[in-house]
Design a binder for this molecule. Structure first.
Ligand code: K2U
Ligand code: ZN
Length: 172
C-alpha cells in the first residue's frame, strides 16, 4: 500500500471521464488501498481514482475518522439511481483544488448502486455529508470539479489563484 501524489487543478488529467472497472480483482483492491493511504495522508474524507492519475471509476470515502479509527469505504462503478428534487448547500473543498472553498447546491438525498471491495453489489441511501461527498466524487469520475458548479467569475478567480500557486511551487 502506498501514498501517491494527488493531481491539482489546472491539470487536463482531472478532466478525463473515468472508465468502468467491471470486475473487482486484486489489482483494483491494491488501487483502493493506495487511494485510502493517499486520502488519509492528505487529511481528506474522500478521493476519486482520477485524482491520483488513474481514470477508473473507483472512489474511497471515510467520513467518520474519529479518534484515528480508519474505516475506508470503497465504491466501484457507482451509479446514482435516484436523486431528490430537494437540494442541500454545503461549503465544499477538494484535495485537487487546494485552499478554495465555495458553497455548492446538490440533491439533498440520493440512492446509489455500486460494487464494494469484494465485488458485491451494494445499494445505499444517503443524505447529509455522505450524499454531498459521494456526488462530489462522482463528479470527478465525469471529469467535473466542484468549481465547475460555481459562477464563471469565481471559477476564473480560483483557477488564476491555483495557476499562480503552481507556478510559484515549480519555480521555487
Ligand atoms: O475530492 C476530494 O478532494 C474530496 C473532498 C471530500 C469532500 C468534498 C466536498 C464535500 C465533502 C467532502 C476532500 O477529501 S475533503 C475536503 C478537503 C479539501 C482540502 C483539504 C482537506 C480536506
Ligand atoms: Zn474533489
Amino acid at each position: 500500500m502506498s501514498v501517491r501524489p494527488i493531481l491539482t487543478a489546472p491539470d487536463p488529467r482531472l478532466k478525463a471521464v473515468s472508465t468502468d472497472v467491471g470486475a473487482v480483482d486484486d489489482e483494483i483492491r491494491r488501487l483502493i488501498d493506495d487511494m485510502a493511504d493517499s486520502m488519509y495522508a492528505a487529511d481528506g474524507i474522500g478521493l476519486a481514482a482520477v485524482q491520483i492519475g488513474v481514470p477508473k471509476r473507483v472512489i474511497v470515502m471515510d467520513l467518520d475518522q474519529k479518534s484515528g479509527k480508519k474505516n475506508p469505504r470503497a465504491f466501484v462503478d457507482p451509479k446514482i439511481t435516484w436523486a431528490s428534487e430537494e437540494t442541500a448547500t454545503f461549503e465544499e473543498g477538494c484535495l485537487s483544488v487546494p485552499e478554495i472553498w465555495e458553497s455548492v447546491d446538490r440533491p439533498a438525498r440520493i440512492k446509489c448502486e455500486y460494487l464494494d471491495r469484494d465485488g458485491k453489489v451494494q445499494l445505499l441511501e444517503a443524505d447529509g455529508l455522505l450524499a454531498t461527498c459521494l456526488q462530489h466524487e462522482m463528479d470527478h469520475l465525469e471529469g467535473v470539479l466542484f468549481i465547475d458548479h460555481i459562477s464563471k467569475l469565481k471559477r476564473s478567480m480560483a483557477l488564476r489563484k491555483l495557476s499562480k500557486a503552481k507556478r510559484l511551487k515549480e519555480t521555487g
